[in-house]
Design a protein around this ligand. Sequence first.
Ligand code: NAD
Length: 357
Amino acid sequence: MKIGILKEDQDRRVSLTPDTLAKNAQLVAQYLLEKDAGQSAGYADAAYGDTVSVHDRATILREADLIVSIHPPNEADLAQIKPQTVLVSLFQPYFDQEVSDRLRQRTLRAFSLDMIPRTTLAQAMDVLSSMASVSGYQAVLMAANHLPRYFPMMITAAGSIRPAKVLVLGAGVAGLQAIATAKRLGAMVEAFDVRKAAKEEVESLGAKFVEVAGARDDAGAGGYAVDQSEEFLQRQQQEVQNRATKSDVIIATAQIRGRKAPILVRKESIAQMKPGSVIVDLAASTGGNCELTEDQKIIERHGVTIIGNSNLAETMPQDASSLFSNNLMNFLRLLIVEGELQLDLDNEIIAGSYITP
Ligand code: NAD
């Protein structure tokens, strides 16, 4: 089996790293690496040693039996891939609803890593969690860099500084990592979520959980949050506003799978924040939790810096690639047995992520 590793476009990460390949020689595969695929993550072609052969993109698209990438190949790429080739990537079918049809029309077979069920068994393959964790960490560091104030409490001969107050909206994987990082930097942290399970997790990290009564928490949603009523959201927005005015930093991570992100920070709330405060909105690509967020932009409104970025994992490409690569390899080991593709649709991880049945 020939496995092609594509170079990402507009992203410094790479989907498979030299370490992962070296540790998994038993997979019985021949790796075709696109030239410079890992270069910007710090993995030069030479670091892959003789575990790979290096080629141009066209050769990989034409010759590989299975192609891996973080972002899906584009339409021009797809046109060059031979029928029946297996693609493993983040196709995001919840947002690109025609993607399965487009791939099927080209008789390609595809597995979408974001569709792997969020179960204990699949934890080692969960790229959403590992990338969200990097994003949560980076969001806090970015906020600290933009904030014209300290995070920790400082008692100095020149006077005392109060610790920064950080408000985290959404305590999923990214939110929890943001809480842990902000705490490590010495900030006072409070967090909101609509899932009951989040309360204990937030408190175990030493942050305060802010509860807004009456949230819909659906046990059948696979651990994901569900849409809330308009009335609940209004009460929540009010509660966020009460706290935002006292906060120095807001890290916004609230998402609802396959939907537009809920607006939790209204523009009136931003106008009342302290000058110099920072909002990092990780939900930017699905509309943002903050009414004024502009995706992929850093803007200033009412003296508040608003950073809209849902792809912060890319800003720490070396470790992010390493984690992604380990997750991906764990998935490939399920899919490939003795050098052959094994499409066991009784396996819930394979069936859940197979988007072109
Ligand atoms: P996500 O990115 O979909 O959403 C981020 C957070 O936003 C979630 O915690 C969600 O509850 C919250 N949210 C949504 N609407 C909100 C609102 N109006 N106000 C405040 N918060 C709101 O979530 P995620 O980080 O991908 O995690 C999804 C779920 O999967 C979580 O329950 C997580 O614990 C679970 N999970 C399980 C495993 C596992 O068992 N292997 C691994 C990872 C994640």
